[in-house]
Write a protein that binds this ligand. Structure first.
Ligand SMILES: Cc1cc2nc3c(=O)[nH]c(=O)nc-3n(C[C@H](O)[C@H](O)[C@H](O)COP(=O)(O)O)c2cc1C
Length: 163
């Protein structure tokens, strides 16, 4: 029976299991930061674009205001602990690359790190942004794409196993 309810009740029924990603940004001091995100989407085929929604309170928001690039990273199951770290700590307080022992190589667009344990990395340049309540949606044009054929995609929480 369809019944009116509060938003968290309705949302809990539809938003899991979810794909999660990491966004790499550049700190104002030129170091790099990582944030776990669930709110992202492909928004254009040509040119290819992705949007990411970043809370105003996140340090990643400061980073994107300072440096207009991000790498959208689709993690592998081996990166589960890193996703927890990057979703529960702030780059204001720690260096997540050191804390998470992150393996990376330099990207081609703006030298933001390409995470080599990931399935896919997209190097994006911010081309527009929209305020959305307590978040900003940053729309990034993809300039370079990377794929690791040895890796699978991580789902958060992990997909239920078939009976
Ligand atoms: C599974 C998961 C999904 C998340 N999705 C988002 C998101 O889409 N946007 C966002 O701003 N924060 C999201 N967060 C919260 C940030 O990852 C978290 O606040 C992080 O500590 C911010 O780091 P920063 O201050 O270094 O930017 C998510 C956290 C988790 C665990």
């Amino acid at each position: 029976m369809m019944q009116i309810c509060d938003l968290p009740t309705a949302y809990a029924g539809v938003h899991l299991p979810a794909k999660v990603a990491l966004a790499v940004t550049q700190k104002p001091d030129d170091q790099f930061n990582l944030i776990t995100i669930e709110w992202f989407m492909r928004t254009s085929i040509q040119p290819p674009m992705f949007a990411i929604s970043i809370g105003l309170s996140r340090y990643s928001h400061d980073c994107l205001e300072a440096n207009r690039f991000f790498n959208l990273v689709f993690p592998s199951p081996e990166m589960k602990a890193l996703l927890t770290l990057c979703g529960s700590t702030s780059g204001r307080d720690i260096d997540k690359f050191t804390a998470g022992d992150v393996k990376f190589i330099a990207g081609k667009l703006h030298k933001l790190p390409i995470l080599t344990d990931a399935l896919v990395n997209f190097e994006c340049e911010v081309v527009s942004q929209v305020r959305s309540g307590d978040h900003t949606i940053y729309i990034g044009q993809v300039h370079y794409s990377w794929h690791n054929s040895d890796k699978a995609l991580f789902f958060y929480p992990e997909k239920p196993k078939p009976e």
